[in-house]
Design a protein around this ligand. Structure first.
Ligand SMILES: *[C@@H]1O[C@H](CO)[C@@H](O)[C@H](O)[C@H]1NC(C)=O
Ligand SMILES: *[C@@H]1O[C@H](CO)[C@@H](O)[C@H](O)[C@H]1NC(C)=O
Ligand SMILES: *[C@@H]1O[C@H](CO)[C@@H](O)[C@H](O)[C@H]1NC(C)=O
Ligand SMILES: [Cu+2]
Length: 401
């Protein structure tokens, strides 16, 4: 976070055109363009390898019935048509209306089915971030969410399509330019939070008792546009990971608007070359891959945290971040990067494990194995790491494109 990026933040406050505001920190456009191209090459190889590995199957997950998870909306990539995005958004609204299954003794603030996902994420945070459970846990959480979106009680039977992802490498120069946050598109996830001048930074608590101040960026208040704007979408649980915390440790009833604070400083952490640093820099070593991916955000920083931090506020809360629906698209992209990495060497990488059972290994815990179980609370049965390692061998059947 050097002088250059801070300059970009100041420029953006005076509302210069986006390309000017972000010109300073980009560094090397050619490097990033080359890295983007290389990611697509690795994705093609992953697709070929995974499809080859299932080419002889006549039942289960086959090349014919595999689901294709696509990007939300980027001009150069396969895109989701507006009616698909509308259906996805409307199913999220539906989950935010259906009753919660979480007992009020566990989380008095959990009122709606959407809250069940936030509760499980809050409860599991001490185990599933900066640990050997990070990627496996979130892969299954996404799957459970995609199943929940098909609730027959929702209009039109909910959303039964593949989960979309947000390719944050495409908008690394400024998340305000990302299609997912396009305030003018009624089928985006809505724009920035309202700009609040003179805000203090957000002090976030990280697992293991550490904390970090995230400087105020370009928003800071309620989301004003799109389907999750103030008045159209309610957040109830949290905050847990920053002040002022919600009642009862963030599990109490705290109805409020969704907030965002899009940051062109932290989006630099999700530039294409950061992904290539994982892919090329770590080779076939899962430990390197996970540690780099899940490192704190910023520059340099891990792509996972930088994805959260560039959205800010609700999405920044390590515990309650599923409160912002962009969580699902961000984590699908994290899962995509893992899947592409696994797919470079299907037999050598798919069932690798690394790390321990606690965040930052605090308190010290055992190394995980393929038999290590993960708890999803009211959302579903336990799963082991081995159950969720492959996107085509177990209960999943999807390919990223
Ligand atoms: C598919 O079947 C062919 C012919 O039996 C065999 O040579 C090939 O190794 C099989 N591929 C896989 C991935 O099992
Ligand atoms: C910012 O922090 C300072 C020092 O803690 C405090 O006095 C001030 O009221 C805060 N400002 C806002 C807008 O919260
Ligand atoms: C866990 O794995 C690390 C290497 O990945 C090893 O150094 C350590 O001894 C292992 N711990 C236990 C308790 O097996
Ligand atoms: Cu998480």
């Amino acid at each position: 976070m050097g002088i250059l990026t801070r300059t970009a933040g100041l420029l953006s406050l005076v509302a210069l055109p986006i390309y000017l505001a972000v010109a300073a920190p980009i560094g090397n456009l050619d490097t990033e363009a080359a890295a983007s191209k290389r990611i697509l090459e690795l994705q093609t190889r992953y697709q070929q390898n995974v499809l080859a590995s299932i080419s002889n199957r006549t039942s289960g997950c086959t090349a014919q019935n595999i689901q294709h998870r696509r990007e939300w909306y980027v001009h150069a990539h396969p895109t989701l048509p507006p009616e698909t995005r509308a259906s996805f958004i409307s199913a999220i609204h539906c989950l935010n209306e259906l009753p919660a299954r979480t007992p009020s003794s566990v989380a008095p603030g959990a009122r709606k089915l959407y809250d069940d996902f936030i509760v499980t994420h809050i409860q599991q945070t001490p185990f599933v971030h900066a640990s050997g459970l990070f990627l496996p846990f979130h892969r299954h959480l996404l799957h459970l969410f995609s199943l929940a979106l098909r609730d027959p009680r929702c209009d039109g039977g909910g959303y039964d399509g593949p989960l979309p992802y947000w390719d944050w490498t495409a908008s690394y120069t400024d998340p305000r330019a990302a299609a997912v946050f396009d305030p003018a598109d009624p089928y985006s996830l809505g724009g920035n939070g309202e700009f609040v001048p003179n805000r203090n930074g957000t002090v976030i608590g990280l697992p293991g008792g550490r904390s970090k101040t995230i400087p105020a960026a370009t928003g800071g208040g309620c989301v004003q546009t799109g389907p999750f704007r103030k008045g159209a979408f309610e957040v109830r649980l949290g905050p847990v990971g920053y002040e002022p915390r919600g009642p009862q440790g963030g599990m109490g009833y705290n109805p409020r608007c969704l907030t965002r604070d899009l940051s062109p400083e932290f989006s630099y952490g999700t530039r294409p070359s950061a992904v290539m640093g994982l892919m090329d820099g770590c080779g076939g070593e899962l430990g390197c891959f996970v540690e780099e991916m899940d490192a704190p955000g910023g520059v340099p920083g891990g792509v996972h945290a930088s994805g959260h931090w560039q959205v800010g506020l609700d999405a920044l809360d390590v515990y309650a971040s599923p409160a912002d629906p962009v969580f699902w698209l961000h984590h699908a992209q994290v899962d995509r990067v893992w899947a592409i990495w696994q797919g470079q060497d299907v037999s050598g990488r798919t069932y690798q494990v690394w790390g321990t059972e606690t965040s930052g290994n605090d308190p010290p815990s055992d190394n995980v194995t393929l038999e290590t179980a993960m708890d999803f609370g009211v959302l579903g049965e336990m799963r082991t790491i081995g159950d969720v390692s492959s996107t085509v061998d177990g209960e999943y059947c999807y390919l990223y494109e």
